[in-house]
Ligand binder design. Structure first.
Ligand code: HEC
Length: 260
């Protein structure tokens, strides 16, 4: 170490420590104020944290509890939403169609939103005539309901579920069903299939389920083959050979017919 360096070190206010490693020496300086401050704050924080979580029994469950509370709140919300939504059945639509107040409530909405394509009286313009005995989709009120709810966007009929609340979508289907048989000022030529009468209120009140319309019997899904009846062999498969009888050699099969 040069004299110049020695001088600087000695002049320095800091205390130089005695040890020396490979010519490296170090000062015994006090830690910087900010560093000590953070260190002390950390210790205080750790103590508080430990008391708060460990001593009070909160521990990690604090987050679990929060999650449970949030989940419970969400479940409650879901239940209220479900309670408000409605289950639409053919019976329900038949009852709506017979309800004068429901039909009176929905009529202005039908005229407002649907007349552009179906005309106010349902005679049909861009959309089909809703007053005749022909229906494009389905053969009952449920068919109308599904078309209104989901739409046929490719054919120019939008889904109306984002516009109307669920009950109003059902009311619209019942209203459209009631238009059937009315005399529009100008009726568009029939489109779709000729259909039978809709479920009557009487039948709906009895809780009858409408008989499936012609051609509506559920066909087995594609690729599904009905299980063969007992004793029947599915085509293309040969029945498994019966196990050879005990003692019988291969040469004896098939067993020769017994004589006399
Ligand atoms: C922008 C035109 C347009 C508007 C507005 C419109 N529709 Fe339609 N609607 C159509 C078209 C087009 C079809 C035929 C869809 C097809 O060919 O599959 C149709 C079909 C239907 C059908 C099915 C009829 C059947 O024979 O199966 C119903 C029901 C119906 N609309 C009800 C309504 C109701 C209710 C409203 C009002 C909330 C409405 N539409 C508004 C264009 C419209």
């Amino acid at each position: 170490m040069s004299e110049q360096q020695q001088l600087t070190v000695e002049q320095h206010r800091d205390k130089l420590m005695n040890h020396e490693y490979d010519g490296i020496r170090e000062y015994d300086n006090p830690l910087p104020f900010w560093w000590v401050g953070i260190f002390i704050v950390c210790i205080i924080f750790a103590a508080c944290y430990w008391v708060y979580y460990q001593m009070s029994g909160r521990t990690i469950s604090a987050e679990h509890e929060e999650y449970a509370t949030e989940l419970a709140a969400w479940k409650k919300l879901r239940e209220t939403i479900l309670a408000k939504s409605i289950k639409v059945t053919p019976q329900f639509l038949a009852k709506l169609a017979a309800s004068k107040s429901d039909m009176a409530k929905i009529k202005p909405k039908f005229i407002d939103k649907c007349k552009a394509c179906h005309l106010p009286d349902g005679g049909g313009l861009v959309g089909p005539n809703l007053t005749d005995d022909y229906q494009l989709h389905g053969t009952d009120r449920m068919g109308l309901f599904k078309t209104i709810r989901d739409g046929k966007p490719a054919k120019g009929m939008q889904s109306w579920s984002p516009v109307f609340k669920p009950l109003d979508v059902a009311r619209l289907a019942a209203y459209v069903a009631n238009l059937r048989g009315t005399k529009p000022a100008k009726g568009k030529a029939p489109q779709g299939e000729k259909i039978g009468p809709y479920l009557s209120l009487k039948a709906a009140q009895k809780g009858e389920t409408p008989a499936p319309a012609k051609g509506e019997t559920p066909a087995p899904a594609k690729g599904e083959t009905p299980a063969p009846a007992k004793g029947e062999t599915p085509a293309g498969e040969t029945p498994a050979p019966a196990p050879a009888k005990k003692g019988a050699t291969e040469k004896t099969a098939p067993a020769p017919a017994k004589k006399g």
